[in-house]
Design a binder for this molecule. Structure first.
Ligand code: MCA
Ligand code: AMP
Length: 474
């Protein structure tokens, strides 16, 4: 079965029911189906065939959904691109994925016009569940990002698991404010909506000043967020928070660690215990706290059905409960490999188990807790940042001799990047450096501070000791 077959339950059986609220208008499932059929015809008319790639650089919108669904229906591989990316970041993704079309705001009016004149129904494209549905670029540990190939089955298994695990049904009202270009909103958000046939209100983005008003207006029962969103929601006045809490059924958090204190403060304010879960672009969702039963602060819960997890030490031996090691995963949710990167795919797996790079431990009663990461990945507001990418950019600047970037704890965003710079002789104008970062890198990757140091702390092998960077700046 492909995703269209799964979505048809909502498209056919609920065709007259409200499906999507977008910018004040409401669309039925039948309308969503027809809009994407028209878009699919428009893409076919442009020569799109099964297996071609379409890259999309758009903020959340109904057009995003139309184009995604059109790709699914045609077997075209969808490549969502982070709209905060700049030229430098885009050029790699485009040259690597070789899309037949790169859809930006500029391209959209023409596509919309071409779709308007097309028929509302569409013949089925023969596609099996192992066909690639999307290529999602991860921020690469080696500096270049890699396209994770997610199949129709990967998305389908994930959505069915989440519907069961989190009791999502057509009676839910779902508020989605996460960016659709990431797997959190795409794999969990869109797919849970379409699989369950619930009513979804989509926001262009999460704006913390307007969030409470949006909740009160839409009265959702279901919300998915990153920890930064929950930290922001803690500013809600107590009466409003209680009112929001009364109508809600479930708040889910993921993409970065949810501090236990935030879980506790949120429970007091909204009267709900946030359900924390763990996922990755390459695997979609893996581990989740239970719907019934203890949602343990600081823990991500139990493996979802069909997901096998094991924790290995440096020698590849399974560790006893309570001890930490690297988390490995296996299951029908795990991606099909990296696009055109056989070497990277080979090294991502050991005996068929995917190496997550996350360090975890399991308690004797089966709860998993994430304890950190093997790489020096920084997660800021739920967006991933690999320091190496920023360091490489900084080192290309004429006034920089050496640079190291590390994460610094931040109450709102979890972590923020900070740059330590060794200048190439003389002074270093950090304001000018910052301006160049802003021009060339996504905003969340721009170091929040630039600290000029005489030298970087290195070990005997010459490797920068990131944990000593703070002291080097004294
Ligand atoms: C943030 N910014 C944006 C957006 N979000 N710009 C345009 N569109 C957006 N959607 C920029 C702002 O311009 C600003 O840049 C900076 O990011 C911080 O935004 P701010 O307004 O101060 O918002 P905030 O209150 O700090 O909250 C940010 C946020 C955002 C809304 C929480 O970070 C966000 O939407 N994060 C979700 C990321 C996500 O979905 N990750 C999932 C990946 P400036 O600094 O220049 O002012 S992980 C994943 O998918 C796996 C599978 C998993 O486990 O889920
Ligand atoms: P991405 O590659 O963007 O999909 O990000 C995946 C990474 O986000 C994981 O490898 C984890 O390090 C992190 N992550 C996701 N969910 C959680 C969570 N609940 N707690 C801690 N880290 C998380």
């Amino acid at each position: 079965m492909n995703l269209r077959n799964w979505f048809d339950t909502s498209f056919r059986l609920r065709s007259d029911e409200p499906a999507l609220e977008w910018k004040g208008a409401t669309y039925t499932f039948g309308e969503i189906d027809a809009r994407s059929n028209r878009m699919a015809h428009a893409l076919s008319a442009r020569g799109f065939q099964r297996g071609d790639r379409l890259a999309l650089y758009l903020a959340n919108s109904i057009d995003f959904i139309d184009i995604f669904l059109a790709c699914v229906k045609l077997g075209v591989i969808f490549v969502p691109v982070n709209i905060l990316y700049r030229e430098r970041e885009l050029s790699h993704i485009l040259s690597d994925s070789e899309p037949k079309l790169f859809v930006t705001e500029k391209e959209l009016p023409a596509l919309r016009a071409e779709a308007a004149a097309q028929p509302a129904d569409l013949r089925e494209t023969p596609l099996d569940g192992e066909s690639p549905a999307a290529l999602v670029y991860t921020s690469g540990t080696t500096g270049v990002s890699k396209g994770a190939i997610l199949t129709h089955n990967n998305f389908a298994v994930n959505a069915s698991n989440l519907l069961d695990a989190w009791r999502i049904s057509s009676t839910d009202r779902f508020l989605l404010a996460l960016p659709l270009f990431h797997v959190h909103a795409l794999g969990n958000g869109l797919h849970c909506w379409l699989f369950s046939g619930c009513r979804m209100r989509l926001l262009e983005r999460f704006e913390h000043e307007k969030a409470a008003a949006e909740f009160l207006d839409f009265r959702p029962t279901l919300f998915f967020g990153v920890p930064t969103m929950y930290v922001r929601l803690l500013d809600t006045p107590p009466d409003t928070a209680r009112e929001i809490g009364r109508g809600m059924r479930l708040f889910v958090s993921g993409s970065a660690p949810l501090p236990a204190q935030v879980l506790e403060d949120f429970r007091k304010l909204f009267g709900h215990t946030i359900l924390e879960r763990y996922g990755m672009t390459e695997t979609i969702m893996n581990i989740s706290n239970p719907y019934d039963g203890e949602r343990r602060p600081g823990s991500v819960g139990f493996p979802l059905p069909g997901v096998q997890a094991r924790i290995l030490n440096e020698d590849g031996q399974e560790v006893p409960d309570g001890e930490t090691g690297e988390l490995y995963l296996k299951g029908p949710n795990v991606f099909a490999g990296y696009w055109r990167r056989e070497d990277a795919t080979r090294s991502a797996f050991v005996d068929g188990w995917f190496k997550t790079g996350d360090i975890a431990r399991r308690s004797p009663d089966g709860y998993y807790t994430l304890c950190g990461r093997r790489s020096d990945l920084i997660i800021s507001g739920g967006f991933n940042i690999y320091p190496r990418e920023i360091e490489e950019f900084l080192m290309e600047q004429p006034e920089v001799a050496e640079a190291a970037v590390a994460g610094e704890p931040d109450h709102r965003r979890g972590e923020v990047p900070v740059a330590y710079i060794v200048p190439r002789g003389g002074d270093c104008d950090t304001a000018a450096l910052e301006a160049r970062c802003r021009e060339n890198l996504a905003s969340f990757k721009c170091p929040r501070r630039f600290i000029v140091v005489e030298k970087l702390p290195r070990n005997a092998l010459g490797k920068v000791q990131k944990h000593l960077l703070g002291a080097a700046a004294q």
